[in-house]
Design a binder for this molecule. Sequence first.
Ligand code: MLT
Length: 317
Amino acid sequence: MSNQTLECSTCDSTGSKPSAVILLAGSFRKQGLEALGECGCEVVLDPSLKEAALEEAISEANPDILVVRSTKVTAKMLDASENLSVIVRAGAGYDTIDVAAASKRGIFVANCPNKNSVAVAELAWSLILACDRKVPDQVIDLRNGNWNKKEYSKAKGLYGRTLGVVGLGGVGKEVILRGKAFGMEIVAWSRSLTDNVATELGITKCDSLLKVANMSDVITVHLSVTSETEHIIDEEFLHAMKDGATLINTSRGKVIDEMALVKVLQEKNIVVGLDVYQSEPTTGESEFTPEIINQSSVYGTHHVGASTEQAQDAIAM
Ligand code: MLT
């Protein structure tokens, strides 16, 4: 194998044939590795594998199971494998995997739903609070030796205000729980939200997405990206938002029309917190300079919603 960082460990100490060969093309927590070993699997781990190197590793290790985090899995990579029967996405979204190509080859694709929902909800709340209190700007000003209590005393506060939740999967529900603790009124929209579920959750169901935009002081988006949800947060939605409202997205970049967002930000007073971007790197480190990040009313993080130790332990297990 050309990649020198590749580590092979035959986890079955008896020397008998492993129950499965697993290629882990992404970082993976220790407990999970140990547990796979206890199951008698041979584990090939290389967090740096991507593109041509991943294709080569698939061809050489000939895994039964491929586990990936943000790394893209393409049809060409699948052609490099003889034994592959399952691809596991070590996360909730599987938009980085060519599911159609996998299905065509009889390869199952699995994800780990809800294992990192709390972590993503926590980041959504970090961004909501940061936007209200302008925490990043305050930090920068203080580091530059500027005391500006006058400017930063203008926060609106969250208590009693309306939180609009778009998408009611695991993350949306965790966000709602925390929104109640902040004393917020909660309205929500999702394709599958029923009156009964809304009553159970103690929230108001909106019949349309635009209603969420009209009613909310803070909107947080928790949708997977599909042909139906791509650019669902469009110019019309952004114009329907209240003046001064906040928009948070910790789900997938493509659910927001980023060009429309850049445009509307020139015309309208809204505040934005993003963890995900329309076209973001699939690697851990890279140059990244999208226009959206240079807008003064946008706070951005590095697609780290799921990246807590707790969440990664849960995913690995
Ligand atoms: C997810 O889909 O669970 C997350 O986006 C995982 C990640 O951080 O790559």
